[in-house]
Design a protein around this ligand. Sequence first.
Ligand SMILES: [Zn+2]
Length: 207
Amino acid sequence: MSDELRNAIVAQARSLFDRGLSPGTSGNISARTYDGYLMTPTGSSFDALEPDRISQLDAAGRHVDGDPPTNESPLHLAMYEQRPDARAIVHLHSTYAVAVACLADVDPNDVLPPLTPYYVMQVGRLPLVPYARPGDEALADAVRARAVDSHALLLANHGPIVAGPSIVDAACAIEEIEETAKLVLLLRGAPTRLLTREQLAQLRTST
Ligand SMILES: [Zn+2]
């Protein structure tokens, strides 16, 4: 089980890196285990993770084995705390989502508009978390406050973080955020047809 999860983290990280979604040593992935969490190590690059060196944390979030965890581990722990059903979390500094996270004129309750059905089904709503320095407890507190109502959040001037029922689900949802952010920037200034209220209701009842 734990070996399978370790391999799944490594495979997903490699896939995100290969597609340019985790530049440098940015981004982190975690998974809930029966007695704690697995997390990508601090300073690690998504193209060079080793299953045996993945950080292991106990249920209280203390580092117990492997390399030291990402310094963004408080963000993951804050989200797991509020979302008991979450089995995995992916956080990225992917270019288009970060670009939207830097825009001054977004709706902080829901940053991205409903452009496509798959975005609506996999993400739904994307609240903006006010900026705080990475690693600061204030950022984890802000995530904790908003994660109650949404499994997907956009950290202002930083990047998206998504919880899901599996590593693949969380990764697919965060990629929908990245692609929708790209569409929003491509369409900026162009008259745009959003999904209607009826179309949104239809999607929500079919999921
Ligand atoms: Zn980050």
